[in-house]
Design a protein around this ligand. Structure first.
Ligand SMILES: *Cc1c(COP(=O)(O)O)cnc(C)c1O
Length: 423
């Protein structure tokens, strides 16, 4: 296991988390290189013998060290902004193996992507199709595109992360796709390379994922008959991880299901997983500032907060909480809410957990490798946490902790202030 107790101390691989906290301070995100690699290899092994590619969804965790690690393993990338493309390039990723998704790509972002040789732009509307054609013409280029098609499948998941339904802002309608492909085929500036979809996040059952792949396959055949040949089919991401005790189908089940739904069609098959590659490869280490016994509830007030990890208040997400040191002679266990210093009632990391802990002890918030640091903010003028990548017994600082001066370095007070309030 990646995060396990050794001599009573929770470790990332072979590195004790209390050593990391000592060296780099808290709160601190800690990632395991081996865990990221193992998850990536699970995809690659299940895809053996097939023309396929795994494009890591950068938004799940965009630290350069994570991107560089995946680039070295051969991964492509799935991005949703010009900023993410800049990160991929800075990390040594290959633009030609990168897909650009998202409903709101700006002119500048599209131009940047085309100039850098993006592999494919996943188009989400007719208006975007026109915009890309216009920019490509100006640049004297042909833009590689795919349509992100909305397969209208209910991922039976949380409504905020269910993106394959008709009501969401994502993708073009399934019924509209063929017409748009024909339209695109008439635009010389566009090079139609593929088709994509993404049914939603946190899937624990391959059924909706496989159903979407099936629907894409049917559309690909119809396009083929109409003379529009595609080179790749992107079946999306969204494969869940175990946070608590959910029954989870392994990555292999999703991959095999999608491959068999696509049968022996000749296109390259693309997967764009985010969470399933990094989610269980990271923890958030935090120190207990105060133990507070209240009238109705008891609290462990820790030095991490909702600005560091917003998933619990935003989605009602459950993260396991473990004490970094397992002590037999510790204080009597009690039931606590684990809360941060931010001035919001929504500032909690976990509720009603039985823990044996005292002031100064370290806690690990588990399964925090995806949608953790990337969604962090500076709310309450809190500098963002440090990030550390562990490789065996080595711990590498991959993002230093912010300092307070940086938080307002971009701000300025107008030189000529209005005098009215003082007159
Ligand atoms: C967010 C996203 C993903 C990754 O989702 P996960 O649940 O992290 O696997 C993949 N593709 C697209 C288009 C996305 O927007």
């Amino acid at each position: 296991m990646t995060f396990d107790y050794r001599n009573g101390v929770l470790c990332a691989e072979q590195t004790p988390l209390d050593d990391i906290a000592q060296r780099f301070g808290t709160p601190c995100y800690v990632y395991s290189r081996a865990a990221v690699e193992a998850a990536y290899r699970e995809f690659i092994d299940a895809l053996a013998g097939r023309d396929a590619r795994v494009c890591y969804s950068v938004k799940a965790n965009s630290n350069l060290a994570i991107l560089a690690l995946l680039a070295r393993l051969g991964a492509g990338f799935d991005i949703v902004s010009g900023g993410e493309l800049a990160r991929v390039l800075a990390a040594g990723g290959d633009a030609s193996k990168t897909l650009f998704s998202g409903v709101g790509k700006s002119e500048a972002e599209i131009q940047f992507a085309l100039e850098r040789g993006i592999g494919c732009i996943n188009v989400e509307s007719e208006a975007e199709l026109e915009r890309i054609a216009r920019i490509a013409k100006r640049l004297g280029q042909r833009a590689p595109i795919a349509l992100r098609v909305n397969p209208d499948i209910d991922a039976r998941t949380h409504p905020y992360i269910s993106t394959g339904l008709r009501e969401t802002k994502f993708g073009v309608a399934y019924a509209d796709a063929e017409r748009l492909y024909r339209h695109a085929a008439g635009l010389r500036e566009l090079d139609i390379v593929g088709i994509g979809c993404h049914v939603g996040s946190l899937l624990n059952d391959p059924a909706p994922f496989v159903a979407a792949a099936q629907r894409l396959g049917e559309l690909v055949d119809r396009l083929q008959a109409a003379g529009i040949a595609l080179r790749h089919i992107d079946v999306g991401g969204g494969i869940g991880i175990r946070y608590k005790d959910e029954t989870m189908q392994p990555i292999t089940a999703f991959v095999r299901g999608a491959l068999s739904a696509l049968g022996n069609r000749g296109q390259q098959v693309v997967f764009d997983p985010g969470r399933s590659l990094v989610g269980n490869a990271g923890v958030l280490v935090t120190r207990i500032e105060y133990v507070k016994f209240g009238e109705a509830r008891n609290f462990l007030v820790v030095d991490a907060a909702m600005n560091d990890l917003i998933r619990p208040p935003l989605y009602g997400a459950w993260h396991d909480v473990r004490t970094v040191r397992k002590t037999e002679a510790g204080p009597a266990p009690a039931v606590y809410d684990v809360v941060g210093p931010v001035c919001e009632s929504a500032d909690f990391l976990a509720k009603e957990r039985q823990l044996s802990a005292r002031e100064g002890d370290l806690l690990a918030i588990m399964s925090a490798g995806a949608y953790g640091m990337v969604m962090s903010s500076n709310y309450n003028s809190r500098p963002r946490a440090a990030e550390v990548l562990v490789d065996g017994t080595a711990a590498h600082l991959v993002r230093r902790r912010e300092c307070v001066a940086e938080l307002f370095a971009a701000e300025q007070i107008p030189v000529r202030q209005s005098r009215s309030s003082r007159d």
